[in-house]
Design a protein around this ligand. Structure first.
Ligand SMILES: C[S@@+](CC[C@H](N)C(=O)[O-])C[C@H]1O[C@@H](n2cnc3c(N)ncnc32)[C@H](O)[C@@H]1O
Length: 230
């Protein structure tokens, strides 16, 4: 599916979110502790590289991994080359082609919903992060069932598939987006899963009245003393 829409993915993102996705990605950077020069970030399901490139612009060394060649192949041409070193890999987030504890942070933006086994993906992300480093997830979620929530639900079901379909040429891809967002676990449940999978200091921030959420957790430090900061 992503191979088919790769060429129009960025345009559809900008239009459907009104550009807000950019500010959400910047918040992920902040939640990761704003890694810069000397830091290494692994961006899983990096797609066309928007989040990876933000980290690279801040000076971090970044590995972007995605298993859809057509998506990740668009990323290098968006790299100005003025940031930290970038490596783009075609690979599976469920079996990352990287060693243990190689990164200061691992991120996944709008990707966890798409992998076949989200728990395994989180464990893989934690495996490649050093003790004390962070795992960050940016994902859509469903707002509460108030007036705003009802309007948003109608947008997801009726408006978004039409606009997304017209922009990308694949309406089914945006029906899929609606189905997967509505079936996605509530933030508390996702946080509980991250904790069960060994992450500590887990927390989340709802964005835009809950239509998206940033989850964060830390890989336990070896001395048992875990950093807690905002
Ligand atoms: C909605 S896009 C998100 C892309 C990018 N992170 C962004 O924020 O725009 C989801 C991406 O997940 C990738 N993906 C799905 N399953 C994957 C897996 N098991 N391993 C790596 N990438 C995967 C798809 O190829 C697709 O590029």
């Amino acid at each position: 599916m992503f191979a088919g829409i790769a060429g129009r993915y960025d345009l559809a993102n900008r239009v459907l979110s009104g550009g807000v996705d950019r500010s959400w990605r910047r918040k992920v950077m902040a939640a990761a502790g704003a890694p810069g020069h000397g830091s290494t970030v692994v961006d899983v399901a990096c797609g066309t590289g928007d989040l990876s490139l933000l980290f690279s612009k801040a000076g971090a060394q970044v590995v972007g991994v995605d298993f859809t060649y057509e998506m990740v192949a668009l990323a290098p041409s968006k790299d100005s080359g003025r940031g930290g070193e970038m490596a783009w890999l075609q690979g599976d987030g469920l079996d990352l082609p990287l060693g243990d504890s190689v990164a200061d942070a691992a991120t996944i933006a709008f990707g966890l919903r798409n992998v076949a086994d989200r728990r395994r993906c989180i464990r893989e992300m934690a495996r490649v992060v050093r003790p004390g480093g962070r795992v960050l997830v940016l994902e859509f979620s469903m707002p509460r069932q108030d007036a705003f929530g009802r309007v948003y639900r109608a947008y997801l079901e009726h408006v978004l598939p039409r606009i997304g379909g017209a922009l990308s040429g694949d309406r089914a891809a945006y029906d899929y987006l609606d189905d997967t967002v509505q079936g996605w676990p509530a933030p508390d449940q996702l946080q509980a899963e991250m904790e069960e999978d060994g992450l500590v200091d887990c927390r989340y921030e709802r964005l835009w009245r809950g239509i998206a959420c940033i989850h964060r957790g830390s890989v336990p430090s070896l001395d048992g003393v875990n950093e807690v900061r905002g």
